[in-house]
Design a protein around this ligand. Structure first.
Ligand SMILES: Nc1nc2c(ncn2[C@@H]2O[C@H](COP(=O)(O)OP(=O)(O)OP(=O)(O)O)[C@@H](O)[C@H]2O)c(=O)[nH]1
Ligand SMILES: [Mg+2]
Length: 333
């Protein structure tokens, strides 16, 4: 069908494909969150509700987009790594940036009242988004090291600054002056000698930021009285997931975390496990649903299924090799 005489204007829309076979890093950042956090009474220097809400919005992005293999967030920003082979929206730059930014923003607003039940939104928050291509694993490792180093620098500064103000009675101008020209060891010393605070025992969420990865859900063991030969066992339908996998995120995330250990190894307590819901039919399927019918007989056949995947939130070191060595799939392409 012929277009109208106006349709030629479409020719001014230029294609904006992203180079194939390169890592994409998408980062978004809260617009004027200095003001937004003030207007909504965020706790200083860190507001756990606000950080958990950011994590939730990031998880929503990962659930909708299997090409995202890693996310890292702190303060009002989140970075997402899309694998090299990602074909999302035919790698059209504007489409990817605008859709991901808008989904994150709407998720942030959608879940706001779960995290701030007593504080209605005073105005709509917004986020900016950008996308950068990187050619190799080295830049990706350095990119995430850069963001986590920033987390550390900002958090140490903010923690010391607000300790001087809130506990030390200094004005904000005085606190700025006190910290001018100081190094990390000086700030640690101020925290320890004046406020008896050991920075390394602060919540790992604040010191390390939030890292979201996909993990396989281990199969629950079969009850002892249903012991059967391995060859048969592989074909038995899976039992329903254990009760603790059915706790809604909002409840699970309200469980207070115990303080992290000093050695910064990732204990279970700094790992929030979020079962991944089923994906839309047109998305690549990463999870296999648990069959709803229980086994009528232990020897009944179980389909061989892909491992079930969940998204977990970690507060761990992502600069050293350990994180990457134990998760080779993140950079595998
Ligand atoms: N009190 C408090 N403020 C926070 C928290 N997280 C983020 N913020 C605020 O958000 C700001 C984020 O920094 P920026 O992104 O550099 O500042 P911005 O005001 O968002 O400016 P643009 O990003 O350039 O629009 C911080 O400076 C804080 O003022 C929090 O947990 N508690
Ligand atoms: Mg910002």
């Amino acid at each position: 069908m012929a277009g109208s005489k106006y349709a030629y204007v479409r020719n001014f829309e230029l294609p904006d494909p992203l180079l194939p076979g390169t890592f994409m890093v998408f980062r978004l950042d809260g617009h004027s969150f200095h003001r937004f956090s003030d207007e909504h009474g965020f706790t200083k220097p860190n507001d756990v509700r606000a950080l958990e809400l950011m994590d939730h919005a990031a998880k929503d992005l990962m659930e909708q987009h299997p090409d995202i293999v890693l996310a890292f967030g702190e303060s009002d920003e989140f970075s997402f790594l899309l694998r090299k082979s990602a074909t999302l929206y035919n790698r059209r730059q504007a489409k990817i940036i605008s859709t991901l930014t808008s989904l994150f923003t709407s998720s942030y607003v959608f879940h706001w009242s779960s995290y701030f039940p007593d504080c209605p939104l005073k105005y709509p928050p917004s986020f900016d988004g950008r996308l950068v291509l990187y050619p190799s694993e080295r830049e990706i490792r350095d990119y995430f090291a850069w963001r986590q180093t920033d987390t550390h620098i900002n958090n140490l500064y903010n923690t010391t600054f607000w300790a001087l103000v809130q506990q030390g009675g200094q004005s904000t101008t005085e606190a700025h002056a006190t910290l001018k020209g100081t190094f990390a060891k000086d700030k640690n010393e101020i925290l320890f000698s004046r406020f008896k605070m050991n920075y390394n025992t602060l919540d790992a969420r604040f010191r390390k930021g939030s890292t979201l990865v996909r993990e396989e859900i281990p199969e629950p063991p079969l009850p002892a009285d249903e012991e059967i030969p391995t060859s048969v066992r592989e074909e038995i339908p899976e039992p329903p997931p254990p009760a603790d996998e059915e706790i809604p995120t909002s409840v699970r995330e309200e469980i207070p975390e115990p303080p992290p250990p000093a050695d910064e190894k990732i204990p279970t307590s700094v790992r929030e496990e979020i079962p991944e819901p089923s994906l839309p039919a047109d998305e690549e399927i990463q999870t296999s649903e648990t069959p709803s019918e229980p086994a009528a007989h232990p020897a009944r056949k179980r389909k061989k299924t892909k491992p079930r995947i969940r998204i977990v939130v970690l507060h761990c070191d992502i600069i050293k090799n350990d994180f990457w060595d134990t998760r080779p799939e993140i950079l595998s392409g």
